[in-house]
Design a binder for this molecule. Sequence first.
Ligand code: SF4
Length: 613
Amino acid sequence: MYFSHERPRPHQKELIDDVYAAVSERKHLLAHAPTGIGKTAAVLSPAISYALENNKSVFFLTPKISQHQIAVDEVSRLAKLNGLEFTAADIVGRKYSCVDPVLDAADQPSFYEICRRRRKSESCQYYNNARGNSKRQKDAAALAFQKLMEGYGTVMGNSELKGECAGFRYAGRPMPLCAYEISLKIAKQSPVVIADYFHVLHPPIAEHFLKGIGKKLEDSIIIIDEAQNASDRIRSVLSHSLTPFMLTRAIKEAELLKSPLAKELSRLKRDVGRLAEQEPRIIKLNDIPVWGDGALGDLKALGEEYLEATNRMRSACISVYSFLSNWAVGSQEYLRMSNSHGVHHSCLDASISTAGIIASAHSVIAMSGTLLPLEMYRDLLGFEPGRTLMRQYPSPFPRENRVNVVSDTVTTRFAKRSNEQFARIASEVAKVADTVPGNVAVFFPSYRVMREVLASFSPNKPVYSQKERSTPEESAQLLSHFRSNKHFGAVLCAVAGGSFAEGIDYPGRDLLAAIIVGVPLAEWNLETKALVDYYEYKFGEGWNYGYLYPAMNRAIQAAGRVIRSDSDRGAVVLLDERFKWANYAKCFPKDMELLLTRDPAFVVSEFFRQPAK
Ligand code: SF4
């Protein structure tokens, strides 16, 4: 088997063997593989080895574009170290690979409409250069592709490829190419494709995409990275909202073009507005007008006409069309509800999209550093139990480098919330934070609880707190101030499940301890209740799958920020009596080794008093 490093790390070998066993027996694997195992290499190496031997294709799917690069690096290293000559494609959606800067301002639905129209009317020069319409253009595109591939190597990251395509020259003349079309051409000749979830896990897109690159599901090994997010991400792709604001803009567009649809849209706005003024509630299909195919077609055409006539990059008519054309879809797998924001059509079941794809694929490997309980992810994504292996691997980091503590002296349980309780939490957190010789992060279940606790929180360290509506620049600045205090120590207050608690690294002294305040349960609203009811009906696990386990995963993700390498040392303090309750405690990884104490500050100070081994 080919491998992308000199030798496997502790526990990495077990994962490699399990992946190879799964792909060679046409089975699936769900892998809880903690940080540090080297899971990307452990999964890609056996999957690619098998694919090269057996003429299969490997799809490495991630929820975010930023997570592609690690796979690009591993594939490149694997080929180099083993002298392999194959290519891989790194694909992102058309919107993100479009080389036409004019379209940067277009919103998602409008972009796809503009792009489709330009391709159809043969007016996108980048498309014509990359793909071609006439025979002459097609020949020129083939030659350009050949030239581009001469300098391609094994794989090029999507942003690098976009740069190459935008600046491409042929025979001394600029010949900019559509990077998306080029990446499809590369995928067609490659056994490895790095892409986003929706390329392969969303059937209408997958069918088109796979056909376009000449691949079949039954010959595909699909790797789902960060699989703890897959169900929620897919549900959100399948969910749509309609707001009075969108309708106001759509009516203006219709009036500008003197369309009779302005009246229909006004009627729709009146109904949506009326629902938005009422208490949040579950609504029926007919609580808003259901548009027939003819009217929907007219609305789409109106949006296209608006884009063309005004040269704008966004059309609200197209967004409204996108909502209305999905409104009648589905039955009990969807929740139709209204609240003060408008009307929502929310998908409750990701498996309506994924189960068929998983069943047809050669093998699917779903992996994450936090994938417990494995049965829940198997059920939510629709893996067939008889064809699915489930494995949990221990953390490879030295046990003596960490201490994990549960304290039952406080709680954020709704029934026990009071000013005294919040003051007690503030005092407990401050005591722990002050004993840590460096940076500490405190993760709260919500902004509301964070505000209540911060009202009486006064540690002997500067405090940085996450703002509910901050821009990415403001968040980056806050984080940079926090990190710059690592030698003296500071406290970062943030919400569990937020951008400071997941998908972010705090290496070395950037973070010495994390305090998890309360169980980060989702807000108990109509959607959460509908999820609980639906999972109860489907799996008999409503409370756990819809409410408790996702909250525990948010807590474990936040706790996992502390130790990111085998030289990191740190403490995790879980502050809530519920963390010791059996149905909550069973969610922690087996090797987390929790210590129950009523004096977490003492345990943490003793831990940091010991010299590092
Ligand atoms: S065809 Fe390519 S370059 Fe042209 S608009 Fe679409 S994504 Fe952009």
